[in-house]
Design a protein around this ligand. Sequence first.
Ligand code: PD2
Ligand code: ZN
Length: 287
Amino acid sequence: MTTSGTPQTITPQLRQWIVEQAQAGHRAEAVLQSMLDAGWDEEVAVQALESTLEAHLAQHAGALGLPPAVPVPEPLQQESALYLDAGDRQVHVVAAVTRPRIVVLGNLLSDDECDALIDAARPRLSRSLTVETRTGGEEINDDRTSRGMFFTQGESELVARIEARIARLVHWPVQNGEGLQVLHYPPGAEYKPHYDYFDPAEPGTPTILQRGGQRVATVVMYLSEPAQGGGTVFPDVPLEVAPKRGHAVFFSYERPHPSTRTLHGGAPVLAGEKWIATKWLREREFT
Ligand code: PD2
Ligand code: ZN
């Protein structure tokens, strides 16, 4: 270990020590505290911990019983871009997190597009179902008190335009997208924290995966702004994305496992109402 005043470089010895601490069952917070007590700069210590444990996890995923990692969509092809080319629109990068991969996007949808999606969805809403991984069917779920509907892929010119924009934005084939889902949250409604991938341990999952494989990324688009509440929360980061009209939050998950830290939920709407459109992206063509 080192003390303040000496150069703080992340050596192979330090990495080995971090792995040993993790293997001995010490939590990352406790290891970090030991490093701080020994005089490590907090920023350097956090970076050393994150990069070491991430690399170790990637190398030993199989041995640890984790599902293999697969390629995922990615909006940013170069570091620290401010604007992204989505074909017919310039999308703004509002904020980005590396792990889990989360990108908050501005100007993805125009006000007219938000209104048109709401108008087309409103007459078709019913109590939201969640995919029932025990059977592969769908069920009403008390964790999700919104009402919703699905458009089919390319159902209208508007839906096709938005799907093409997202495909170009995240560099993922348009055919790999599930139909766009629109959800309406009245006051008090919420979507409790969950993962969007299908749990491999559930018996219904193999049936679900026949149509395009696993989900690998989500784009939640905000179509209207509640007066208060209704953010999208990521408790493991932690992060709360404000539901700003026309904005969206993108996040990806390279394996169907909590180690992706993509637990997320829709916080209760405290005043007003919230409308969103969700695009889930699969590994392969969604048929
Ligand atoms: O409404 C949201 O913010 C939200 C939160 C969590 C939407 C979803 N998940 C989803 O559609 O998967
Ligand atoms: Zn979700």
